[in-house]
Design a protein around this ligand. Structure first.
Ligand SMILES: *[C@@H]1O[C@H](CO)[C@@H](O)[C@H](O)[C@H]1NC(C)=O
Length: 454
């Protein structure tokens, strides 16, 4: 008997079968109509994804948006990094920093400089806005695109820098992506001041003050950071500019991660699903807020990503200091057991099997959402990892193409941070605050949301 042999079915069964088929067709069409614009045309059922942070190689800039074709029906589209734009306020600091970065407390310094009236106002706006955005009700999650209502930007957002994205669509016959109409923007905190929260304790009596400051983690404040899920974004698939009323303050933007087309001789084109991956180099213990291990950051990444609905499929914590396995796993939440891997060993940048960048390339695919934290106090592998990322070619297997977001504590020589970082004020090898500004801007220009980690 074939699948549906009507001749052998009673009439009632035939009607019922028709009804079921009709219902299935209707549900299929209905779902298709519900797809967000960014994926309209896709003919597969999958959670919406779309992004990869690879900048176009020089000389291969996309054609202007108004010349870009509309994607054909049934084509998969994703969003790729286009360019980084410093805010005017960030540019001001690039000018000012060379004059305010001595290695001793004498004369002008960064703490005195940030007390200028315009910097006090800007710092309150930037950190105040970041505090407000990250303080959103912890029960609110974003498991799919665009879960928050649209709105306009806050006046404080003028200080923020911007990451730009553009849309590309997949031609299954040619097996390549081509530029299509559409562009998006996401805010990121500007590079400003000492690249740390100016309301934290580092400047002593010269530190700035702000009302209702949540002084939760003295010396380790992350209040100046806008993680991707908390950074306002907007996009349009039209050739025209984005609407000022179409911003979303939180959520998963379409460039978060994306599907990879995989061609198979027998079934044609299929699409693989991305993962959410976190690698923490210099992890210490996972550290709930109750465990006052100052370097612990696992909980922060858990709260800001995993608990927001973007659950990690893989969470690798690397720590060279000897940890107690039992104690380490006592701190790990139940839903990370098996996903969380503690490597209690030092990685390298050498030719051996423990090379950090090679490990990352082994576990992360370009379409994954990957957030990397790099804070191995005074280990000599940080700088080589960063230089490797800056110099690589993202189009040809470079690891920079894998990283969506990077948290990095860059230990350079300027007062007052050289004290806690144990850098001699006479040391020349570490670079200065401007070195840091340039490093973070260069990483952002490669499409990485790079943040100065405390
Ligand atoms: C943050 O929220 C508080 C309380 O709603 C508000 O008074 C303040 O203006 C907000 N700050 C910024 C920079 O948006």
């Amino acid at each position: 008997m074939s699948l549906l042999d009507f001749s052998r079915m009673p009439r009632r069964a035939i009607i019922l079968t028709y009804a079921i088929i009709l219902a299935l067709v209707f549900v299929g069409v209905y779902n298709f109509g519900q797809l967000p614009d960014i994926l309209r045309g896709s003919s597969f059922e999958a959670p919406p994804y779309g992004q990869k942070d690879t900048p176009p190689p020089p000389g291969h800039e996309p054609p202007p948006a108004h010349e870009s074709p509309k994607p054909a029906e049934g084509q998969y589209c994703k969003w790729v990094f286009d360019k980084y734009e410093s805010s005017a306020y960030e540019d001001e600091w690039f000018q000012e920093v060379p004059n305010v970065q001595p290695t001793t407390p004498d004369g002008t310094n960064i703490c005195k400089a940030q007390q200028a009236e315009k910097h006090v106002a800007a710092s309150r706006a930037i950190v105040g806005r970041a505090i407000n955005l990250t303080a959103i009700d912890p029960k609110i999650q974003w498991k799919t695109y665009d879960t928050m209502p649209t709105t306009t930007l806050d006046p404080a957002d003028q200080y923020m820098s911007r990451m730009y994205y553009r849309r590309v669509c997949y031609n299954e016959e040619k097996r390549e992506f081509y530029p299509a109409s559409g562009h998006g923007i996401q805010l990121i905190e500007p590079l400003f001041g000492m690249l740390r929260d100016p309301f934290d304790l580092w400047c002593g009596s010269d530190k700035l003050t702000i009302e209702n400051y949540p002084n939760t983690n003295p010396g380790q404040s992350k209040h100046h950071i806008l993680p991707q899920g908390f950074a306002p974004y907007t996009y349009t698939t039209k050739a025209a500019g984005v609407e000022s009323t179409e911003w979303r303050t939180h959520g998963i933007p379409p460039w978060h991660s994306f599907l990879r087309p995989v061609y198979n001789e027998q079934v044609g084109t299929t699409f693989s699903t991305p993962q959410n991956i976190h690698v923490d180099l210099g992890s210490s213990y996972f550290g709930g807020w109750t465990k006052a291990s100052s370097a612990a950051s696992g909980q922060w990444f858990y709260d800001n990503y995993h608990a927001r609905g973007q659950r990690f499929n893989r969470f690798v914590a690397v720590e060279v200091e000897t940890l107690d396995d039992t104690e380490a796993y006592e701190q790990v939440p139940a839903d990370l057991i098996g996903i969380y891997t503690l490597m209690n060993i030092g990685l390298t940048m050498g030719e051996d099997k423990l090379n950090a960048v090679e490990m990352i390339k082994r576990i992360v695919k370009p379409e994954d959402f990957f957030v990397l934290k790099l804070d191995i106090d005074s280990a000599p592998i940080e700088e080589p990892i960063l230089q490797n990322l800056l110099a690589d070619d993202p189009e040809n297997g470079g690891a920079s193409a894998l990283i969506d977001e990077l948290m990095y504590e860059h230990h350079v020589n300027f007062w007052p941070m050289n004290g806690p970082w144990r850098i001699a004020s006479t040391s020349k090898k570490d670079g200065d605050l401007l070195t840091s500004y340039n490093l973070f801007r260069d990483l952002r220009r490669k499409g990485i949301r790079a943040h100065s980690w405390p």
